[in-house]
Design a protein around this ligand. Structure first.
Ligand code: NAD
Length: 410
């Protein structure tokens, strides 16, 4: 019997990614799959959809049906699905991680593996705090699919699949085992990232998403658009925006280098966004002459619009509280800023974006010389979890338990 034939896996979430992952896992021989969907009425919608349609249909490129599969159990109650799970995969926006982890915590067995796909920044601090020391944690750098739910609980479409998926673990020594398990289960090539800190700092979404929103805001914060006039998102990157994105990315690379020099943690995974773009979209970019041209001529980004909300009369305005801000600032840039404070690395370009995003989200993230308590409590910066110096950061990254008495004082 292979490992998977005796494996119970639980997917936590109810959005696009969960619609792909739950049936996909069920397509693997003998894997028992639970779906924990605690949000609103989603669990009953899933159950009804699955019952009426006979499973969730996954469609691939050109709408080609790839199979219809149903998880073995779907529930909004953690106690119905989590017991017995050896692997728990959270697939939701990062702002939903905390409530999901709190609900599953009493039922997660010692020795099991719990992670998020994607993890965004600082997942390990929150998960270690809520789940305790005896769990292997993992974080994936991204979601391996671009996907959209077509009919809730019935059908999902995979628009594109990443060639490779980077994964790190806490403790880092478990990465080989987890990478090989995920690779077999997800059907993608999974490469090992040496530690979860590198996933946090190497998350390019935290640069690209809030950085472009910041530039769009500077250009036309009050603009109102007709339905066909909303600007392109990635193709809007001009030389000025690219200069700013490069400055943010330079700062993250500097933080990573300072960390490696002072702690010995391997940070080579944290690269500049231009290098990342050229590697990730090697076939899609037709003009590599500048960072701006890489964004403008990337076929994979073509036609993708900036997030916008309706303001009446069929008009729209840019949505500065969209996922690109509400996920990528508190669970991206603010976490990286917290780490930069521990290395003493200045981050003026990142600070500018966090300050403006604070006004969009109505939360103060920065205080003079540090993090504001209000924003800290809404983020996953290491300081929220009592990690106040590099030694503590190294211990947390190596998966050593964060002392409960420290947490109690935060
Ligand atoms: P999604 O937008 O479909 O997530 C919405 C779901 O999140 C809801 O249906 C609900 O189940 C859950 N949720 C929302 N608010 C919640 C709350 N307050 N409490 C509990 N649950 C809540 O998300 P997705 O598209 O599945 O993306 C998952 C992650 O993958 C995100 O981090 C996203 O940025 C990333 N990602 C997605 C894609 C994609 O193509 N879908 C591509 C790349 C990265």
């Amino acid at each position: 019997m292979s490992d998977e034939e005796s494996l119970k896996v639980v997917v936590c979430g109810g959005g696009n990614g969960a619609h792909v992952l739950a049936p996909l896992l069920k397509s693997r021989t003998g894997v028992e799959v639970g779906l924990f969907a605690p949000y609103g009425e989603e669990a009953s919608l899933f159950r009804r959809g699955i019952e009426e349609a006979g499973g969730i249909l996954i469609r691939g490129k050109g709408d080609r049906p790839l199979g219809r599969y149903a998880p073995d159990v779907v529930s909004s109650r953690a106690e119905d699905v989590i017991p017995g799970a050896r692997l728990v995969i959270v697939v939701s926006p990062a702002f939903a991680h905390e409530s999901i982890l709190r609900e599953i915590a009493p039922y997660v067995a010692r020795g099991s593996i719990v992670g998020a796909v994607p993890s965004r920044g600082g997942f390990e601090y929150m998960a270690r705090d809520l789940l305790g020391p005896d769990i292997t944690l993992f974080g994936a750098q991204t979601l391996p699919w671009a996907c959209r739910t077509v009919k809730f609980g019935r059908e999902v479409r995979i628009l594109g699949q990443k060639r490779v998926l980077g994964v790190a673990t806490s403790p880092p020594s478990r990465v080989g085992e987890v990478a090989s398990l995920l690779s077999r289960l997800l059907g993608v090539k999974v490469y090992e990232i040496p530690n979860m800190l590198a996933v946090t700092l190497g998350n390019v979404g935290q640069v690209i998403h809030p950085g472009i929103m910041y530039s769009l805001w500077r250009r036309g914060r009050d603009a109102v658009y007709g339905p066909d006039e909303v600007p392109d998102f990635y193709a809007s990157v001009d030389e000025d925006t690219a200069f700013h994105l490069a400055a943010m990315s330079d700062e993250l690379v500097s933080v990573a280098r300072a960390l490696q020099a002072r702690t010995g943690l391997e940070m080579g995974h944290v690269r500049h966004i231009k290098d990342w773009l050229l590697e990730s979209y090697s076939q899609d970019i037709s003009d590599r002459s500048s960072l701006a041209r890489c964004f403008q001529t990337n076929a994979a980004y073509r036609g993708l619009k900036a997030p916008a909300v309706r303001v009446g009369d069929g008009k729209l305005r840019l949505d500065f509280q969209s996922r690109y801000v509400s996920e990528d600032v508190p669970f991206g840039l603010v976490v990286s800023k917290g780490i930069a404070l521990l290395t003493g690395t200045p981050t003026p370009a990142i600070d500018r974006v966090i300050r403006v995003a604070s006004s969009w989200l109505g939360v103060e993230f920065l205080a003079s010389g540090g993090l504001h308590p209000e924003g800290l409590a809404r983020s996953r910066a290491p300081q929220r979890y009592g990690i106040d110096d590099l030694d503590q950061l190294v211990s947390a990254t190596q998966g050593e338990m964060i002392a409960r008495e420290v947490l109690a004082t935060v």
